[in-house]
Design a protein around this ligand. Structure first.
Ligand code: ADP
Ligand code: ASP
Ligand code: MG
Length: 455
């Protein structure tokens, strides 16, 4: 069997869903399980509805809901004709959403738990639409509610899937459908706790859902269908010269995804690595293109790097020891506090008297600074970005750092790190300098691209 995941732009309209149906139809002999995102922009709109209702502006929230309802209805009509059972199903879901928004507005508060409930409507709606569209085109599609399958903890908005139970449910609920020759369709991004409370697994998480399903059912491959021809040497929005990467290793892809290549959710490769399942990134608008193949081995190229990623909205934190000299246990005490506040740290660099690190949310920094008060002074500065160059070829080649920093010699670099795993060089700059830095680095390292690896 295979897993095929279609992102928001791939199901954004009737025409897009029609393309998806054709793509899946061609793969029927491979026994696909289909995972879909919410229609493009719907998750953002649902979040806006929740926040608006939480502020007490119920009418504005209901207006946003009405617009989303009309879009889903119009798409259903285009795909299936007017007034079908699917319209009734969509209407029931929108009524439930509106009821929820009224509740949020009445209590005047939007909790993370309710946020997840609101957000889950995006994938619940799109999966109903796509299942019906497949059926209308002669495919034996059946809807699977992801909340009966993906079991997570209760860390709302970033819930962690519990693999053992999820795998059991995949075997119990999804495997038999495949054995009967059916095409299971499920929404990505959402799950539920063991008690059945709806959760979501983090923005962009449908890729991760697909990988979980693939690993649980021992898929031959996991296909991530999106709106570009695979993973590129950098974000094509920043740099139109970006080239398609034909093949890349799990490790390289994970670094890129983690440091900002939005095309893949960073957790996607984790289940794939465990079962050694290749992940393909493909373009639903250009299905003939081979896309990018992510495998355990990857490939060597004559280029030093495979790609450049950038992650904005980063805060630099400077933790300066109150005792001038870094005492034994200083690092441990610092990281214990970051851990206590569940604040992930990305880049770290140390000196005798201070530790600099980066975080991607400054929400908990005042609390962390207060807790570290006796030990250190904590200063922080926002609007920074991490730029990360990834490639397994940098192992053992001298002069690479010099070439990187020469290319951006007039850009102020605030932190630098090259991991011992030696597959990336990472540095921190001002957010506004990202486009210029990425373009220059791309020109320096990819103006001549190895045709065996890059398109
Ligand atoms: P989907 O809705 O299919 O999940 P996303 O919007 O999450 O799609 O991801 C696809 C987008 O990721 C592309 O349209 C592109 O703008 C962006 N992107 C960022 N970095 C890269 C990269 N290195 N390669 C390809 N796309 C990238
Ligand atoms: N719809 C969710 C989001 O926009 C999940 C996804 O698309 O992967 O974040
Ligand atoms: Mg995505």
């Amino acid at each position: 069997m295979i897993v095929m995941k279609f992102g928001g732009t791939s199901v954004e309209s009737a025409a897009a869903i029609d393309r998806v149906a054709c793509i899946v139809q061609e793969r029927l002999p491979l026994k696909p399980v289909v995972v879909v995102s919410a229609m493009a922009k719907i998750t953002d709109q649902l979040l806006a509805m929740g926040r608006t209702a939480g502020r007490g502006d119920l009418q504005a929230a209901l207006d946003l809901s009405r617009a989303a309802r009309e879009r889903h209805f119009a798409t259903a009509t285009e795909l299936l004709g007017a007034d079908t059972a699917t319209h009734a199903e969509l209407a029931a879901m929108f009524n439930a959403l509106d009821e929820l928004l009224r509740g949020i507005s009445a209590v005047g508060e939007l909790t993370p738990r309710t946020t997840d409930n609101v957000c889950s409507f995006g994938e619940r709606l799109s999966s109903v639409l796509v299942t019906a569209a497949f059926g209308a085109r002669g495919m034996p599609a059946v809807l699977v509610d992801a909340r009966n399958v993906i079991v997570t903890d209760a860390a709302y908005t970033k819930a962690v899937p519990q693999m053992g139970e999820t795998n059991d449910r995949l075997q119990a609920h999804v495997r038999p459908l495949l054995e009967r020759g059916l095409v299971p369709v499920m929404g990505g991004f959402m799950g539920a706790t063991r008690q059945g409370v709806t959760t979501t697994i983090g923005r962009g998480g449908s890729d991760f859902s697909a990988a979980i399903v693939g690993a649980g059912l021992d898929a031959e491959r996991i296909e991530i269908w999106t709106d570009v021809d695979g993973m590129k040497t950098t974000d094509p929005n920043l740099c139109p010269e970006a080239r398609r990467i034909r093949e890349i290793s799990f490790e390289e892809a994970a670094e890129l995804a983690y440091f900002g290549a939005k095309v893949l959710h960073p957790a996607t490769v984790v289940p794939a690595i465990q079962k050694n399942i290749p992940v393909l990134v493909l373009n639903s608008r250009n299905p003939k293109n081979e896309g990018t193949r992510i495998t355990a081995r990857g490939v060597r190229s004559t280029n030093v790097f495979k790609a450049i990623a950038a992650k904005k909205r980063i805060t630099i934190v400077d933790v300066v020891s109150a005792r001038m000299l870094m005492a034994h246990g200083f690092l441990k005490s610092i990281f214990e506090v970051f851990d206590k506040y569940r604040c992930p740290v990305d880049v770290v660099s140390t000196s005798e008297v201070s530790v600099s690190l980066t975080v991607d949310s400054d929400e908990v920094l005042p609390a962390i600074a207060a807790e570290l008060r006796d030990l250190a002074e904590v200063k922080y500065e926002g609007h920074k970005a991490i730029v990360c160059l990834v490639g397994e070829n940098i192992r053992g080649i001298p002069g690479i750092a010099a070439k990187v920093f020469t290319a951006i010699s007039d850009i102020n670099v605030r932190m630098i790190s090259q991991g011992a795993s030696e597959i990336n060089i990472t540095f921190v700059i001002e957010e506004d300098a990202v486009p210029e830095a990425v373009r220059r680095l791309h020109a320096a390292f990819f103006s001549q691209a190895d045709p065996a690896v890059f398109d």
